[in-house]
Ligand binder design. Structure first.
Ligand code: ZN
Length: 435
């Protein structure tokens, strides 16, 4: 067994046994937790489209924690639960699973939760004939003892057919016995960025020098993978320069799968052929490589503390994709991205749904939310850049990135960094766009 470096627990206050309190804790804005460690043994059944799992979760009690443990994974089929080796009953409740604690367990400072479960294909758990991947909805394929924005460390052991390849959050820990792939994420990352993919992939490694760039693809020859991901090394050095920090992983894997997915995860990204294949006709069609790679810094390493600040992840990533295009393909390519963002923001205005970037309310649709978080967010970074000038803006972005690496952030963290570089208050600008 590997060393458990960080532990965490999620238990309820006594009153939270009531259903209405459960809903409060399960809401998207519940307080993110830190310090949990997950160990998963996963065996995908590709024919049935089912993932069989065993989880060991190290939980640490918070002061005043209560007598029910709640898992935010209603779609999982959990067959067995134990706490510190003691079998516990399970109740399926709206929004999750509840495990009552014994008296002694309510007083324990830490607990080991063990579960046997299986998950069926769902949003966030996608099966093909010879591949499987997870995307964003972490609680659909593993038991989550906390909100999606909680940071956790994880170790994933995959049992796979011979000849299959894999990637999971973190780095390959051991080759192990044939068919057994062990991955470890030793820095805590948000739950929604944790995941894995496995399949009958072809593999190309672009460079053995760190950081290593690795490409995986279904039905993709080496030459095709190399051609499609040709720009990756250049994108990487551009972002490392602008972030002021190296890529936070020794290896970064881009996985090409059928369909239209475009999803970042810690240490890897999933890219659908529909998103990337246009690059064969027009090399400027590289946005998906840039966008998902940018998330390794902005989104994964530095994450919004609440979903209402999701624009800090996405607005910055859309902007950085445009900045990459400007660097690689020229001013017109940058302006095209800004015009597109203007058009999308305009559609939100026309629908009478223009909101401040950090607006905490509910959007009527994903489209209107994206118009604000992605498009207006990118335009705000472009406006900041115009206001501060090149040197102060990029200095401010590096300051923001370095100061917040590994942290969860709010809009004020960006403001502090930009003001330090500008040498003046930006309150009026932030009031107009953000708050
Ligand atoms: Zn994104």
């Amino acid at each position: 067994m590997r060393h458990i470096s960080r532990i965490g627990l999620y238990a309820f206050r006594r009153f939270a046994q009531l259903t209405f309190c459960t809903l409060v804790v399960l809401s998207a804005n519940a307080q993110p937790l830190t310090g949990q460690h997950y160990e998963l043994e996963l065996r995908p059944d590709f024919k049935a489209g089912v993932l069989h799992g065993r989880a060991r979760i190290r939980l640490q009690a918070e002061p005043g924690s209560g007598d029910v443990l709640v898992l935010r994974s209603p779609k999982l089929h959990i067959h067995r639960a134990s706490l510190d080796g003691e079998p516990r009953p399970l109740e399926q409740a709206r929004g999750g699973w509840r495990i009552p604690l014994t008296n002694a367990q309510t007083k324990a400072s830490s607990l080991m939760l063990e579960l046997d479960y299986h998950a069926e294909a769902a949003a966030g758990l996608v099966f093909g004939e010879d591949y499987v991947y997870t995307a964003f909805f972490t609680c659909h394929w593993m038991p989550c003892a906390g909100p999606d924005l909680s940071r956790a460390t994880i170790a994933i052991r995959l049992e796979l057919p011979a000849g299959y390849r894999s990637v999971a959050s973190g780095q390959l820990a051991t080759e192990g016995t044939p068919g057994r792939h062990e991955w470890q994420q030793t820095q805590p990352y948000p739950l929604y960025t944790l995941g894995f993919t496995a399949g009958h992939f072809n593999e190309v490694v672009d460079s053995e020098k760190a950081p290593r760039l690795r490409f995986l693809g279904i039905d993709q020859a080496d030459t095709a993978l190399r051609a499609k991901f040709k720009e990756s090394a250049r994108v990487l050095s551009f972002f490392e320069d602008k972030a002021g920090l190296p890529l936070p992983h020794p290896t970064y894997t881009q996985v090409l799968v059928p369909g239209g997915v475009a999803q970042e995860a810690s240490s890897f990204s999933l890219i659908g052929t529909r998103m990337l294949d246009p690059i064969l006709d027009d090399p400027k069609e590289d946005w998906v490589i840039a966008h998902e790679m940018a998330h390794q810094w902005w989104g994964n390493l530095i994450t919004c503390a609440t979903w209402s600040d999701f624009w800090l992840n996405e607005g910055l990533t859309v902007f950085m994709t445009a900045a990459w295009k400007q660097h690689r393909w020229g001013e017109d390519a940058y302006q095209r991205e800004m015009v597109l963002a203007q058009q999308r923001w305009q559609s939100a205005k026309e629908a009478d749904f223009d909101k401040p970037l950090s607006w905490p309310g509910n959007y009527p649709s994903l489209k209107s939310k994206r118009a604000i978080h992605y498009s207006k967010g990118a335009l705000f970074f472009d406006t900041l850049r115009g206001e501060l000038g090149e040197q102060a803006f990029w200095d401010g972005l590096r300051r923001y990135t370095r100061n917040n690496a590994g942290r969860s952030v709010r809009a004020a963290d960006l403001q502090v960094a930009m003001e330090a570089s500008a040498g003046r208050s930006l309150q009026t600008l932030f009031d107009a766009w953000v708050y």
